[in-house]
Write a protein of this length. Structure first.
Length: 67
């Protein structure tokens, strides 16, 4: 029952035409806890880094650049 609620909540934040697939596994050591891992692909948003994202030069990260 709880996992269905999680699926509904996650789906409510996505485009209505998004394909949502999920699965669940019950682990006795979790006792009465629920762990959620969400993998979302195909998102096109300026807020999500992708192949075209600007990466800071290593000098900005405190790493010496060698030539």
């Amino acid at each position: 029952e709880e996992i269905n609620k999680v699926g509904e909540i996650v789906s409510s934040y996505l485009d209505p035409s998004a394909q949502v697939m999920w699965g669940a596994r019950i682990l006795p050591e979790f006792r009465h806890k629920l762990q959620v891992i969400t993998i979302i692909t195909g998102v096109k948003s300026p807020y999500i880094l992708g192949p075209g994202a600007r990466h800071a030069p290593k000098s900005e990260l405190g790493v010496d650049m060698l030539k």
